[in-house]
Design a protein around this ligand. Structure first.
Ligand SMILES: [Zn+2]
Length: 169
């Protein structure tokens, strides 16, 4: 065999091995929410909180955080996961629930449009919906919930962690 060709092949094999290893490392990192090396993505970049978690609403307490930007702004998946709900769901309006590798669920609702379907795998930072005011909402916003073992928990620790990380374009 042509020795020049052989050295090219050797170089190619080395590069391929390095590339595969990097791919493996980055994939395994995106498997775990608690892994600090997994940057995550803010669900609605540039938004401000218009209603905090656990806010008293008379008959019930607020189960999530309301984030506001403009109508029809893109909403992003905060981590990799699988869509377990994407439909109109009572007062939530158009609603998406994503289940992540560690069992944590994130919920995005009042959307004007959902881009993903139940059963679909989504990537961290993937555009999944647009902000709207479907369901019980008085203004266009994102109602964002984090659920652990099926129960809503305060999303602020997660949002604060995400807001310090790089935003996707
Ligand atoms: Zn809300």
């Amino acid at each position: 065999m042509n020795p020049k060709y052989e050295s090219y092949m050797r170089l190619f094999r080395i590069l391929f091995t390095v590339f595969s290893f990097c791919l493996l490392v980055s994939c395994s990192h995106s498997q775990n929410l608690a892994d600090s090396t997994n940057a995550g993505c803010y669900p609605l970049p540039g938004a401000k909180v218009i209603s905090p978690y656990n806010n008293n609403r008379g008959s019930h307490r607020h189960t999530g955080v309301d984030l506001k930007t403009k109508p029809n702004d893109p909403i992003y998946a905060v981590y990799d996961g699988v869509v377990t709900m994407s439909k109109s769901y009572y007062g939530y309006g158009k609603c998406i629930i994503i289940k992540h590798a560690d069992g944590t669920e994130t919920l995005y609702s009042h959307n004007s449009k959902n881009y993903v379907k139940e059963g679909e795998k989504v990537k961290c930072g993937q555009k999944i919906a647009l902000t709207g005011r479907t369901g019980r909402a008085t203004t266009e916003h994102l109602h964002f919930e984090v659920r652990k073992n099926g129960k809503p928990v305060n999303p602020m620790p997660l949002l604060e962690k995400l807001s310090k990380k790089t935003q996707l374009k």
